[in-house]
Design a protein around this ligand. Structure first.
Ligand code: GYE
Length: 306
């Protein structure tokens, strides 16, 4: 981008693309790995990155996006904190002729011309994988299974979709009961706090489904604090597969992790170059992911990248 010639997102005149990236925050191990990867891959790709941290607040992200419009960046990428409420600011970006790439999280805008592509995981699939592990785990039992759920940030795509994917699978069998479900905002501290409340009001919890590792790790502290054994008295399923999560899985404190890959920087930089050059890109790019049992965690832990 060369602002001296008044480029308004029409392409990088000096060959160096300027990207404005509006990040969610620094709420989790996943997010930290994602930020680091985006910063590193931008450098490698020769992309001039303007980075902002919204501290999990939509209003801060909207401000950051507006400032990127004023700075006439070549491309705006962002990971929307929540799904709804983006149409106005995205119209402003469109009017400024700056292409947008959704990274990691989706928006619920009906007008899909407001962004060029959405790069990220299939969170419904992740929720289903968590549910399916549970169904398989209890397939030989007729007893009731009491589940508590720690949801991610209210209104965020991963919280909405991991919840609905999971519930779709477990609701097919009436022995599964989701007895409590509340947001822990994807943080360790909130995960611990909400799990403490769950434990106080529910003496009979069999399973915890936490929408990310960090909330699961916070919940482990609450469970141990209540004199119970995580992974045994209460089975724990989480999402992400960050280093700390995988360590707890290998240690037997978590039972199953659904992977969500934060290392999407390289793909993001490639897509950015294409959209800035006016090339066609697919509307949706889904990242590839797997799942881990305790045995698998022990095997792969030494070679994990995040
Ligand atoms: O699972 C969680 C983070 O949007 C996929 O956000 C991401 C989620 C991730 O805070 O740890």
């Amino acid at each position: 981008g060369d602002s001296s010639v008044g480029s308004s997102g029409g392409g990088a005149k000096d060959g160096k693309i300027v990207m404005g990236f509006a990040q969610v925050g620094a709420e989790s191990g996943w997010r930290t790995a994602n930020t680091k990867d985006i910063q590193e891959t931008a450098k490698e790709a020769g992309v001039d990155l303007k980075f902002s941290d919204a501290q999990q607040k939509q209003e801060n992200q909207i401000k950051a996006i507006r400032s990127y419009i004023q700075q006439k960046v070549d491309v705006i990428a962002f990971s929307p904190v929540v799904e709804s409420g983006w149409d106005t600011v995205l119209k402003e970006v469109q009017n400024a002729k700056i292409p947008v790439i959704l990274t990691d999280r989706a928006v619920d805008s009906q007008d899909t011309s407001l962004y060029k592509t959405f790069l990220g995981s299939d969170f419904i699939e992740e929720g289903k994988k968590a549910g399916q592990w549970l169904v398989d785990q209890y397939k030989d039992s007729k007893d009731d299974v009491n589940i508590v759920q720690l949801e991610g940030t209210t209104g965020s795509a991963p919280a909405n979709d991991r919840k609905s994917g999971f519930e779709e699978i477990v609701k097919a069998d009436p022995k599964f009961h989701i007895i409590a479900s509340q947001s822990g905002d994807f943080t360790r501290a909130k995960g611990k706090e909400v799990m403490e409340a769950f434990l106080k009001s529910n003496p009979d919890i069999d399973v915890l489904w936490a929408h990310n590792d960090d909330m699961g790790l916070g919940a482990i502290e609450a469970i141990e604090g209540a004199g119970k054994v995580p992974g045994k008295d209460i089975k724990i399923i989480t999402a992400d597969a960050t280093h700390d999560g995988m360590q707890a899985l290998a240690d037997g404190k978590i039972n199953f992790i659904v992977e969500c890959n934060p290392l999407m920087g390289k793909q993001l930089m490639d897509l950015a170059k294409k959209v800035v050059n006016g090339e066609q890109v697919p509307q949706r790019v889904v990242t590839e992911e797997t799942t881990f049992t305790q045995e698998q965690a022990k095997e792969v832990l030494p070679s994990r990248k995040y």
